[in-house]
Design a protein around this ligand. Structure first.
Ligand SMILES: Nc1ncnc2c1ncn2[C@@H]1O[C@H](COP(=O)(O)OP(=O)(O)OP(=O)(O)O)[C@@H](O)[C@H]1O
Ligand SMILES: [Mg+2]
Length: 438
């Protein structure tokens, strides 16, 4: 029988908007400034238990009745939009803050790396903070001394260890905090967004450390906006929205549902009636779809997936020579490519009879980078005259895959992400070495 590591029962946390605790971080402040989530206010005024909101205060349930049970050794990813309550949940489990309602039972020692800044004292040096933080996390003095050098080396802050941490960069700060949390050898490792900071090398070490904790039977709870990291590290994902649990299950499925709602993907459209389909008296669009090769518009497209963009349209003028022109843009608004049916052998350059046509453009995998893409379509006559144009006719998410990244989970730069053939060859020792050998 497996043991329960964490049991959360109807956890809830209410905050007064604008009221910030002393561990508030830059991220917290930004979240507060952009906070618009007053949606549950009326319900809140009725339900607020221990606290009595006065009329001119505004309150928010950051977490609202979340229950789950984690077995020992489970590796769980928490996903959700900004302000969904992810960090609040972790802070409650790490005992940094008390729940307003419900309770959490936790079996074992917790190592927590919460939002940048949480738990470190800015006036104290790196060395003092390691000691203080280690002690808070339950390490004995001797244990801290024994692991001190390793912690500092892992964080790569040797030169600054006697400098107050307020002089550290965000990256240094996060590296040291993660190093402490990971070296506590906790039964339960709780990590919030660590991959957002730090360079590629450090991210790799963090993932390695979490992977190691997971494979050695520790329970890991990991908040990230990085779906590739969640999918490759976790065996289960919990999706929070507005303080509530929306889905809890296999990472692939939960992530698919989350992406489908959060990026307003639009992978399939149909206008069955030619009279009010988009277009004009020459052409009307019947349908548009993007789908993996051999799959449906509901199936995910990964960076490695071959996919098809399909359009159906009615040609309304006998004898028109039509062609489609497909434009694909990325999230940054960069036009990634423009495709035309130049390789199409049957209809290109021939007069079209009146009737329904279907075009399919096949796009190979390992071309687009991950992220949201949108498609614009143009219908062109005689290769020269634009007769109809639709912007944003389709929107689809190209999803990342963990396997091809070799442990690096940062943003992959560039408008495209081809996998190119590459050779390295060796051409003998450098001159000085050649002399030494002689
Ligand atoms: N100390 C606090 N005081 C007041 N409101 C808070 C406090 N901490 C969080 N909140 C509010 O509670 C809600 C949930 O915040 P939380 O930080 O848990 O979200 P999150 O899911 O971690 O978001 P992100 O992805 O941006 O990190 C937000 O509306 C946030 O502004
Ligand atoms: Mg957060």
């Amino acid at each position: 029988m497996t043991n329960v590591a964490i049991r959360a029962v109807e956890l809830g946390k209410i905050y007064r908007i604008g009221e910030r605790q002393s561990y508030g971080t830059i991220r917290d402040v930004i979240a507060a400034a952009t906070r618009t989530r007053l949606r549950r206010l009326s319900q809140l005024r009725r339900a607020a238990p221990a606290v009595e909101p006065s009329t001119d205060d505004e309150w928010i349930w950051a977490l609202d009745g979340v229950s789950f049970e984690l077995a020992e050794g489970e590796v769980v990813g928490i996903i959700g939009r900004n302000g969904a309550g992810k960090s609040t949940l972790l802070k409650i489990l790490a005992r940094i803050t008390e729940p307003t309602k419900g309770h959490a039972d936790i079996a074992g020692r917790i190592g927590a790396l919460l939002e940048v800044g949480t738990g470190f004292h800015p006036e104290l040096t790196g060395r003092e903070n390691v000691a203080l933080n280690g002690a808070i996390l339950g390490m004995r003095r001797a244990e801290i001394d024994r692991k001190f050098d390793e912690i500092v080396a892992f964080a790569g802050v040797e030169r600054f260890i006697d400098t107050p941490v307020k002089r550290y960069s965000t990256g240094m700060h996060a590296r040291l905090a993660f190093a402490v949390a990971a070296h506590v050898e906790p039964d339960i490792l709780i990590v919030d967004e660590v991959l957002a900071v730090g360079d590629a090398e450090f991210q790799k070490r963090c993932m390695g450390k979490m992977g190691h904790a997971a494979s050695s039977g520790r329970t890991v709870l990991f908040v990230s906006h990085n779906m590739a990291a969640i999918e490759s590290l976790c065996s289960r994902a919990i999706w929070l929205e507005g303080g509530r649990c929306v889905a809890d299950g296999a990472p692939g499925e939960v992530i698919s549902r989350y992406l489908a709602t959060s990026f307003s993907a639009l992978t399939e459209r149909l206008w069955p009636d030619p009279d009010d389909a988009p277009g004009n008296d020459r052409v009307r669009i019947r349908s548009a779809r993007v789908r993996p090769e051999g799959g449906s518009a509901q199936d995910p497209v990964y960076v490695t997936t071959d996919f098809v963009v399909e359009f159906e349209y009615w040609n309304l003028r006998a004898g028109a020579r039509l062609n489609l022109s497909l434009h694909v843009y990325n999230e940054q608004g960069v036009k990634v490519f423009n495709a035309l049916p130049m390789e199409e052998r049957v209809w290109q350059g021939r007069p079209f009879p009146r009737g329904l046509f279907r075009d399919a453009c096949h796009v190979p995998g390992n071309l687009l980078n991950d992220g949201l893409h949108r498609i614009e379509i143009m219908v062109v006559e005689d290769s020269a005259h634009l007769i109809h144009q639709m912007e944003d006719v389709l929107m689809f998410e190209v999803r990342d895959v963990g396997e091809t990244r070799e442990g690096w989970y940062g943003e992959w730069e560039g408008a495209v992400r081809p996998r190119l053939e590459w050779e390295t060859t060796y051409h003998g020792p450098v001159a000085a070495e050649a002399q030494a050998i002689r």
